[in-house]
Design a protein around this ligand. Structure first.
Ligand code: PBG
Length: 344
């Protein structure tokens, strides 16, 4: 703006606002911004999900999750080592089950030597101090891709819970630290707690996928575990309606009453309001799952040069902290941890 001599032109003159408070003062430089920063992401906040596949020395890319591979058990152990080096406290394991091993009832879930159990044993042997979380649900093992038993187009609740308890026990036996039921059957947290306690696994924690929504954002995950093509129908009779919020509080309340040690909201970014309500209402250790579709959106856009991937990653992760989450399950865990460790 060119200021003229003489009486100032009203349109171009800088207005002298009489402001006592100027919010921009605290943003004037990096040190000042650091000083007033309210939320900080650390490597302690990260849980890293890994996909296990049969094979040897194998890292097989997943097309819809650029940068994420399916790993053979030996490679899983290598990523566990990477997690240790990066100070990531915990990993989560998901199997890709060979189609020939899938059946109506997901019986491979109860095989004490299935891929997840093999991985837990191998990881715990080399890295006993790394936390290992195992998902409890039947979808990686059923021929129809549902989390429970399917009969005449319906998912049976109580019959499914009986199997999930056995799945949890098989995983606890293998050395899993945290059992994470993601199936959304009613009553499964209490039944699993009871089963674990009776079998002498009183120290095994339960992280309940308490408020898990029926979501389009799980698409790439279903590619990764190979259930996308086989899934018949959808999961709306057990996973929550994305329009609901009070219902999430009821779900969380029940899981806490049944013995959950930690609760989770899933998906993450579109449900930060739920994270905040859950944290404020229950003051529980509260986690959020930044799911496969959220990862794919950021990674895909970044790979196309449409957004700055690193910045979008860090911005999305600190948003979980701001919403009240104690931690995040995220496929960005190693990349974020590397950035955090480098102090960037
Ligand atoms: C299985 C399960 C799912 C995810 C975690 N556990 C998929 C589903 O419910 O269909 C999704 C994770 C992701 O999308 O990253 N019960």
């Amino acid at each position: 703006i060119e200021l003229r001599d003489g009486p100032r032109d009203a349109a171009t003159a800088a207005p002298s606002l009489d402001l006592t408070t100027r919010m921009r003062r605290n943003r004037k430089s990096e040190w000042a911004r650091r000083l007033v920063r309210e939320n900080v992401l650390t490597t302690d906040d990260l849980i890293w999900p890994l996909f296990v596949v049969d094979g040897n020395n194998l890292r097989a890319p997943i097309a819809s999750m650029p940068g994420v591979d399916r790993l053979s058990v030996d490679q899983c152990v290598r990523d566990a080592e990477r997690a240790m080096k990066l100070d990531i406290p915990c990993i989560a394991l998901f199997p890709y089950t060979e189609p020939s091993l899938r059946d109506e009832t997901g019986s491979e879930a109860l095989n004490a030597n299935n891929l997840v159990c093999q991985s837990v044993r191998a990881i715990k042997k080399e890295f006993p101090d790394l936390g290992v979380l195992c998902d409890v649900a039947l979808d990686p093992f059923t021929s129809h891709g549902h989390d429970g038993l399917l009969q005449d187009g319906r998912i049976l609740n109580d019959e499914t819970v009986a199997i999930l308890v056995r799945q949890a026990l098989v995983q606890a036996e293998a050395g899993c630290d945290i059992i994470a039921p993601s199936d959304m059957m009613d009553g499964r947290v209490g039944a699993i707690r009871n089963g674990l306690d009776n079998a002498g696994f009183g120290d095994v924690q339960i992280m309940a996928y308490a408020a898990k929504y029926a979501s389009a954002f799980y698409g790439p995950f279903r590619d990764a575990i190979g259930s996308a093509k086989t899934l018949t129908g959808d999961k709306r009779t057990y996973q929550m309606d994305s329009a609901n919020s009070d219902e999430a509080l009821r779900e969380v309340e029940l899981d806490i009453a049944e013995g959950a040690d930690m609760v989770m909201v899933k998906p993450g970014m579109p449900y930060l309001d739920i994270v905040r309500r859950v944290k404020d209402t229950f003051a529980m250790p509260t986690f959020a799952y930044q799911v496969s579709g959220e990862y794919a959106m950021i990674a895909g856009a970044a790979n196309n040069g449409w957004i700055d991937g690193e910045r979008a990653m860090m911005e999305s992760l600190v948003a979980f902290k701001r919403a009240g989450a104690d931690g995040v399950l995220t496929y960005f865990a190693p990349a974020a941890a590397e950035k955090l460790k480098a102090g960037r």
